[in-house]
Design a protein around this ligand. Structure first.
Ligand code: FES
Length: 92
């Protein structure tokens, strides 16, 4: 396993929990505005229950969110997932 440099950004998918973004990641809104922060780790909600979205507030535990996030599952999704049509497209 590579230790990586201090400039690496990594995303760790926590089983039954958030995405942990480590490293000097910029947080931007969809319109391109950068949201300043001084965190070295961002926990991004992926259960949809957080009251602090996009950050995780621990609500995934109460909601019993389940997603094991195994390497096999991620590989399957990345290999087989079909991208959603772009918003406004006329895909049937
Ligand atoms: S992943 Fe933690 S509140 Fe959603």
């Amino acid at each position: 396993m590579s230790a990586g440099s201090g400039d690496d950004v990594t995303v760790t998918i926590c089983p039954d929990g958030p995405l942990l973004v480590r490293g000097p990641a910029q947080l931007r809104t969809v319109d391109g505005r950068t949201v300043e922060h001084d965190r070295t780790v961002l926990a991004l909600c992926r259960c949809g229950r957080s009251r602090l979205k996009p950050l995780c507030d621990g609500s995934h535990r109460l909601s019993k969110f389940r997603d094991p996030a195994t390497a096999e599952q991620l590989d399957h999704v990345l290999t087989n997932a079909t991208p959603l049509p772009a918003e406004g497209s006329s895909a049937a």
